[in-house]
Design a protein around this ligand. Structure first.
Ligand SMILES: NC(=O)c1ccc[n+]([C@@H]2O[C@H](COP(=O)([O-])OP(=O)(O)OC[C@H]3O[C@@H](n4cnc5c(N)ncnc54)[C@H](OP(=O)(O)O)[C@@H]3O)[C@@H](O)[C@H]2O)c1
Length: 302
């Protein structure tokens, strides 16, 4: 019998990529989603609301691992309402999954949370897992999220928090809007260009999830990013090179603010801030990164 992996909120960018990857590895995959139940591309979609314990909890009982991707996208304008939904969707899903694990007769051996490197705030200092946290709304969300996740330990379920970096994949994620800008010759440096982008290829991220599922020693917090972060200036330059685009005018911070609010309907700080993170624990544990060079990663995707 195939081992069953539950992907809560697995209908999005990261979850869909991991679902296909895990099926390929011989796992059974169940996605918990607010959408109608369905069976598609080998994946069973089971309905939940991310808040209440309902029929879906029978899927958790006897599963091998749970990975939680649930959360309102941070790619929006941070109105009071959006901020509240960003926080609550994350905390509620952690709480209800914890209750389901506690009630299971045969609980999963691993509970894995897709978290974020945004906990380090806006910094050019090198951040390994134990670096100081930053300040601001996103940092605060990450801190509440991690505290909720580690609030309780389980007798037979390992807990792994992957603080994910800027994941580069084919269909979706943060690379999409940047590719569009570059296609219109607008792929210049954003803001000062000195803010760091801690990037990783989605294939490497899927391997990190697999390690978290299978490695019985894996537990606690990991920086889930590549070993070669770059500045925004370098990132945009390499993107233009791969897309055969010449120099493009830089977008100074005031333009980014205006464009983000008025055109892209998103939070400008997402593009104007950054962090320089190191996957220290993964390196120490001899994780093999397939993509350590950004140009190589882009060429595999674009
Ligand atoms: N992509 C990245 O590079 C990246 C980097 C760092 C951290 N992360 C974190 O990793 C997680 C997954 O990222 P992703 O890119 O796959 O996100 P995504 O594409 O937005 O998927 C998240 C899923 O969460 C569910 N969801 C959204 N709002 C919800 C709400 N209010 N209540 C309950 N469920 C809700 C949706 O599923 P249904 O509509 O099917 O219910 C959605 O498909 C997120 O928490 C994100 O912050 C991502």
């Amino acid at each position: 019998m195939h081992k069953k992996i539950i992907l809560a909120g697995g209908s999005g960018f990261l979850g869909q990529s991991l679902a296909a990857f895990l099926i390929d590895k011989g796992y059974e995959v169940v996605v918990l989603s607010r959408q109608s139940p369905a069976f598609k591309d080998g994946v069973q979609y089971v309905q939940w609301d991310g808040v209440h314990l309902e029929d879906w909890m029978s899927e958790v009982d006897g599963s091998y691992a749970i990975i939680n991707f649930t959360g309102k996208s941070v790619n929006c304008i941070y109105t009071k309402k959006n901020r509240a939904e960003i926080v609550h969707s994350r905390l509620n899903s952690v709480k209800v999954l914890r209750t389901a694990i506690n009630k299971a007769v045969n609980p999963p051996q691993a509970f894995i949370q897709a978290g974020s490197l945004a906990i380090f705030g806006d910094t050019t200092n090198v951040c390994a897992e134990n670096a100081p946290h930053g300040t601001g709304f996103s940092v605060n969300v990450c801190e509440q999220w991690e505290n909720e996740f580690f609030k309780e330990t389980f007798p037979s379920t390992r807990q792994v928090m992957l603080r994910i970096g800027f994941a580069l994949g084919k269909d979706g994620g943060a690379l999409e809007p940047l590719k569009k800008l570059a296609a219109f010759n607008l792929g210049g440096t954003v803001g000062s260009g000195r803010q760091y982008i801690s990037w990783l290829h989605i294939d490497d991220l899927n391997e990190m999830f697999l390690k978290s599922i299978e490695d019985q020693q894996a537990s606690g917090v990991y920086n889930a990013t590549g070993p070669s972060p770059v500045t925004n200036k370098e990132f945009m330059m390499i993107l233009r090179k791969v897309m055969n685009k010449k120099w493009a005018p830089p977008a100074p911070a005031p333009f980014v603010w205006l464009g983000a609010y008025a055109v892209m309907k998103t939070e400008p700080s997402l593009a104007l801030t950054g962090r320089n993170c190191m996957p220290k624990r993964l390196i120490d544990e001899q994780f093999t990164f397939k993509y350590t060079d950004l140009e190589h990663a882009f060429r595999a995707l674009i």
